[in-house]
Design a protein around this ligand. Structure first.
Ligand SMILES: [Zn+2]
Length: 267
């Protein structure tokens, strides 16, 4: 094969596989240019015929046979899309000071507690969790005493894993924190604002001694008075406000749907 015949053969083969490659290696008496013209003309006629066949019976964009091979008669139904995942943590979880107090909290509140901690940390306000779930206890006289909740309450949202307390890192305890309240005012104000963004209720509205307290109970009142307590007790598994307290979470308005993911826990 001469070099021009070889190039001619390559051109024709690449133009259309319907043209015989063996004929391209034929007589050398005709110039490569002329053979090329004839074969391009044959290729063009073939392409035109295929396009006409497609226009008559195919999809209009390609020949009928190719359509039949590539497009099944009925496409299978697409599987339903999975629900959007929760946003992944922006980084490995921080080692949380007092993190043991988060055990027993409602998962949605625990997530908010961790976000509060992280966001405060980003602003240079270091926190320490000092309380979380606390078992329900009836005091003498049938009324629950102790801190943590709105005035007049007979139980605390702590008893249902729906409240936590924090202190500023470096303050030795509640007394020390209250003693330095004026000095720490700006830092507490930031913590309160961040908590509000997360949908938490801040106890400071009930007095400075509740500045450590945050709670979350969508659809329920701040103060657990007798009717609320009875409803929570009825929701608790086995009516047990201690071992079965998680059952009371059913009394909450569900915020674990799209809204919770999209607007409240977004980073
Ligand atoms: Zn509290």
């Amino acid at each position: 094969m001469t070099s021009s015949a070889a190039i001619d053969a390559l051109d024709v083969t690449s133009a259309t596989s319907a043209t015989s490659a063996t004929s391209a290696t034929g007589a050398t008496g005709v110039t490569g240019a002329r053979r090329g013209e004839r074969r391009w003309a044959r290729a063009g006629a073939l392409v035109g015929a295929l396009a006409l066949a497609g226009a008559l019976g195919g999809c209009g964009g390609c020949p009928r046979e190719a359509c039949g091979a590539a497009r099944p008669a009925a496409l299978p139904a697409a599987p339903p899309l999975p629900p959007p995942p929760l946003p992944p943590p922006s980084r490995p979880p921080l080692e949380v000071r007092g993190g043991e107090h988060l055990a027993g909290l409602h998962p949605a509140l625990e997530r908010r507690a961790r976000l509060l901690y992280e966001r405060a940390e980003e602003e240079g306000v270091q926190l320490r969790f000092i309380s979380g779930y606390r078992p329900y206890q009836l005091k003498a006289g049938g009324r629950r005493a102790g801190r943590g909740g709105a005035a007049g309450a007979v139980a605390s949202w702590h008893n249902f894993g729906l409240a936590f307390d924090v202190n500023l890192q470096g303050r030795a305890g509640l007394g020390d924190a209250l003693k330095h309240l004026r000095e720490d005012e700006a830092r507490w104000a930031r913590v309160g604002a961040l908590a509000a963004d997360l949908g938490l209720t801040w106890g400071k509205q009930w007095g400075q001694e509740e500045i450590f307290h945050f709670e979350w109970h969508p659809g329920q009142p701040d103060a657990i008075r007798a009717p609320t307590l009875n409803a929570l007790k009825a929701s608790a598994e086995g009516g047990d406000l201690r071992a079965g307290y998680r059952g009371a979470w059913r009394a909450l308005q569900s915020r674990e749907g799209a809204g919770d993911r999209a607007e409240e826990v977004s980073r």
